[in-house]
Write a protein that binds this ligand. Structure first.
Ligand code: MG
Length: 390
C-alpha cells in the first residue's frame, strides 16, 4: 500500500541541508517518507538517521565506512550499500518520487543526471551541478520529463515571484546577497583572513564549503549561473544586490516597472518546506515566523566587485559559456579546500581560480565526458598551484 506519502531520496543527508530536510520530513509524517539516505563520510550520523527514519536503503558513498554502517544496521529492515554506482542505481528506483540533491560540489553531478534521466522530480540544493553542466542538465530535464524545484533560498524566491507571470514580462532578476562575513572588512585586510574568520557567517547556518563561498561571494556568482539555467534569464539580466539582513530572499523586476520580492526569515527550513510542497502548495507550520518588530529596517547596497573579484569571474564564465563555469567550479573546490586547511590565503582563492581558467583548454559545447575530463584536469592544475603556494 503506498498511500499519498511521497518517498524522498535524500542525497547528502548528513550535511546542513540534508539535516534540515529531515526536519521537514519529520514535521509532516503523513506527507513524506525518507526512503533513501545517502552520505559520503559521516557514518555515525548516517547510522543515527537510519535508526530514526527507517529508510528502505542507506548508502555510504565512501567504501571505507561500509562495514561499520552495515554492522550497525544489521537486523533492521534496511538495505545498506556503498559506492557511486549504488547511488545511481537506487535513485532511479520506481518507488522514489522526489530526489533532494544536497551533496556538496561536483560530486553530485552523476547521481543528479541519473535521477533526471529517470524523469524524477528533483529538489535541487546542489547548485554546483547547474554551474558545471547547466546546459546539459536543462536539456536532459526537458527530454526526460523531469522537473527541477529550487531549494536555494534565492531561487525559491524567484520561483515564488514568477508564479503566474509570463517569461516575456520579466525584465530582470535581482539576486540578493548577505555580503558574507567580510562585507565590512577593509579590502586590504582580506589577505590575512583565515578559515576561522570566514566561518563566522552573520545570518545563515551552513556547511563549511558554502560559508567560504559566501565569504568570497563565489556563492553569489554560482547562484547567478544557477538562476540562468533554472529560469532561462541570461546573466546580463541578473543583478546582484547586497542586502545584509537576508530577509528579502530575492526579487523580480517586470517590464511595467513593478518589482516583486519574497521575504522570510533567513532559515533554510523555509525554502526546503516550499520546494517539498511543490507542486501541491504551501505546507503549514507552527514554527517561528518573521515579524516587522524584529526587522524595522531593510537596506540594500551595490556589491564591491573590486573587493570580491570572483563576482566578475563568475559573470565572465557565464559569458564565455562552454566548459568555463565547470573549470571555475573545479578550481574553486580545490582552492576552498586548501583555504579551509590553512594552506593558502584568502586572496589566493581568486588567484588560483583565475590562473586555472586562463590555463584550461576551451570546450565550446561540452558533453558529459568533456565535463568529467575538464573537471579532473582543472582540479589537477589548481592543486599544482596550491602546492606551489605552500
Ligand atoms: Mg543561497
Amino acid at each position: 500500500m503506498k498511500e499519498n506519502i511521497r518517498n524522498i531520496a535524500l542525497l547528502g543527508s548528513t550535511g546542513s541541508i540534508g539535516r534540515q530536510t529531515l526536519d521537514i520530513i519529520a514535521e509532516y509524517p503523513g506527507l513524506f517518507r525518507a526512503w533513501m539516505l545517502v552520505a559520503n563520510n559521516s557514518a555515525d550520523l548516517l547510522i543515527e538517521q537510519a535508526r530514526r527514519f527507517m529508510p528502505h536503503i542507506v548508502i555510504i558513498a565512501n567504501e571505507q565506512h561500509y562495514e561499520r554502517v552495515r554492522t550497525a544496521l544489521a537486523g533492521l529492515p534496511i538495505e545498506v550499500a556503498t559506492g557511486a554506482a549504488a547511488i545511481e542505481e537506487a535513485v532511479v528506483a520506481p518507488e522514489v518520487d522526489t530526489v533532494v540533491t544536497a551533496m556538496v560540489g561536483y560530486s553530485g553531478l552523476s547521481s543528479t543526471i541519473a535521477a533526471v534521466k529517470a524523469g524524477k522530480t528533483i529538489a535541487l540544493a546542489n547548485k554546483e551541478t547547474l554551474v558545471v553542466a547547466g546546459d546539459l542538465i536543462t536539456r536532459l530535464v526537458a527530454r526526460h520529463g523531469s522537473v527541477l524545484y529550487p531549494v536555494d533560498s534565492e531561487h525559491g524566491a524567484f520561483y515564488q515571484c514568477l508564479v503566474g507571470e509570463q517569461a516575456s514580462a520579466v525584465e530582470k532578476l535581482i539576486l540578493t546577497a548577505s555580503g558574507g562575513p567580510f562585507r565590512t572588512t577593509p579590502r586590504e585586510q582580506l589577505a590575512t583572513m583565515r578559515a576561522a574568520d570566514a566561518l563566522k557567517h552573520p545570518n545563515w547556518i551552513m556547511g563549511a564549503k558554502i560559508t567560504i563561498d559566501s565569504a568570497t561571494m563565489m556563492n553569489k556568482g554560482f547562484e547567478m549561473i544557477e538562476a540562468q539555467w533554472l529560469f532561462g534569464v541570461p546573466h546580463d539580466r541578473i543583478e546582484i544586490v547586497v542586502h545584509p539582513q537576508s530577509i528579502v530572499h530575492s526579487m523580480v523586476q517586470f517590464v511595467d516597472g513593478s518589482v516583486k520580492a519574497q521575504l522570510g526569515l533567513p532559515d533554510m527550513h523555509l525554502p526546503i518546506r516550499y520546494a517539498l510542497g511543490l507542486p501541491g502548495g504551501r505546507l503549514a507550520t507552527d514554527g517561528y515566523k518573521m515579524t516587522v518588530d524584529d526587522y524595522a529596517s531593510l537596506t540594500f547596497e551595490r556589491p564591491d566587485f573590486d573587493k570580491f573579484p570572483l563576482l566578475r569571474t563568475a559573470y565572465a564564465a557565464a559569458e564565455a559559456g562552454g566548459n568555463a563555469p565547470c573549470v571555475m567550479n573545479a578550481a574553486n573546490e580545490i582552492a576552498v579546500a586548501a583555504f579551509l586547511a590553512d594552506r593558502i590565503s584568502f586572496t589566493q582563492i581568486h588567484e588560483i581560480i583565475e590562473k586555472t581558467m586562463a590555463w584550461a583548454p576551451r570546450i565550446e559545447a561540452p558533453g558529459y565526458d568533456d565535463y568529467v575530463a575538464s573537471n579532473a584536469e582543472s582540479r589537477r592544475y589548481a592543486q599544482s598551484l596550491v602546492n606551489q603556494f605552500v
